[in-house]
Design a protein around this ligand. Sequence first.
Ligand code: DX5
Ligand code: ZN
Length: 233
Amino acid sequence: MTRPPLVDRLRASAPQISVGVLTADWLTLGAQLELMERAGVELLHFDVMDGAFCPMLTLGAPVVAGFKTRLLKDVHLMIEDPLSKLDGFVAAGADIITVHVESTRHVHRVLQALGKMINANDPNRGIVRGIALNPGTPLEAIEPLAGEFEMVLLLAVNPGWGGQKFIASTCERVKRVREIVRDTALICVDGGVTQDNIANVARLGADIIVTGSAVFDGKAPFENAQHMMHALR
Ligand code: DX5
Ligand code: ZN
């Protein structure tokens, strides 16, 4: 399978943030998204939770589709049996789709299926396939999937909520994943990233850094996003 051109674009602008929308003020979402665009944010992170894979229930494909934005849609699927739901998220305009290695017996098949799907925003862009690991899952789980993903997402919190504390052992995991994938895949770190630890997460080798409640804190999302991006330079 040829590498989606979007991978090169993301690699060229690494490290960068992907802003989680879970804790955004949904009553003024349009204005909040404009603030993110003005701040220079390129990626929006959608946490899809089904109440089965993890305790929380959040949003589905219709909500992702409802975000009419130029920003790239980074969709994190924390759902059981993702294979049957991929079409909906692709049709909703997902640019990155990440599935959890723990969410299905057939993760290789899910990634293969995703590899044949066309980006609904721009067929030339491609869809970046992400494989995600919970904090307790051994890194070796990605080895048999080599060639079937373009991004590894390391959760630095247990799935289910924004605003949790960053799990320190994630730092060593980022370094080891870089050794496993070298430059064959992007590395994403998700959960518990704040203005205080983002620079260190980037130094460890993360290409994409998800941050939600530290940006959408109900006070100054524009300044928060700018601060985070500045910390990466
Ligand atoms: C956790 C989610 C994360 C979380 C990030 O299950 O996958 O994306 O919402 O939010 P913060 O940055 O607030 O930890
Ligand atoms: Zn997430």
